[in-house]
Design a protein around this ligand. Sequence first.
Ligand code: IPE
Ligand code: IPE
Ligand code: MG
Length: 265
Amino acid sequence: MFVFCRLNFYAIEMTDWKKNIDLNRLPKHIAIIMDGNGRWAKQQGHLRVFGHENGVKSVRDITEGCVELGVKNLTLYAFSTENWSRPKEEVDFLMSLLITTLKGEIDTFNKNGIRLHAIGNLKSLPAKCYDELHDTMEKTKTNKRLNLILALSYSSYWEITEATKQIALDFKNNKIKEEEITPDLISKHLNTAPFPNPELMIRTSGEHRLSNYLLWQLAYAEFYFTDVLWPDFRKPHLADAIYDFQNRERRFGKTSEQIAAEQTQ
Ligand code: IPE
Ligand code: IPE
Ligand code: MG
């Protein structure tokens, strides 16, 4: 009887992971820095790549969690411009993991209404990755429940530099005037132009830095840091982050009193 009750209790815990979240006040866009794969593997006496392999399970769980909740946009930092400096074997492993994962997920994406997007210097990816990515984006392009945005070979320095070059060119060719260069125009030249700015940024593994991630887009995001390593990160951890987000006061430069007055209007 005791054993039965315990199992029953766990079953409730598992299914009720979103019980504390207000589904009417979800962040419109969540951005995650999936960090700690290597340390997770090392802790268990394995090679770093074992951590990357297990990190895919977290990607699946968190993506599914966002669909269940109704979060509309999820950006995952999968590979940074700086990550090209890692040992070649690790880079090669990550690139082939990307291909096999994408191949294996298309049906799940389509079943769950997930549309895949990618941001970053995609042309720098190996041709096989680039092709697989395009194929998956094409095959999921009519899905509407969740935009899953992979940041691949991405860095804000790269993205902002590219946007600046494009704006400079348009200016030189008399396509835009100086006074038309506004924050809105800059946003429109970034890879993230189709999506709203992230409202919540989560970084796992206890590191407190942005590592060149969405520097412009995160200007007013709430940051949530957790010591949990990415391969251990699951829906209840996502729920903790969203709960924390929902209990913050977002002031956007105003005073607390102004925000309170706006809410009673
Ligand atoms: C994040 O985990 C995955 C990528 C950067 C591709 P790490 O590989 O950075 O893991 P740690 O930080 O070394 O533990
Ligand atoms: C950031 O993690 C990039 C990704 C998660 C893809 P890193 O592990 O590469 O970041 P740093 O080098 O520790 O800042
Ligand atoms: Mg790391």
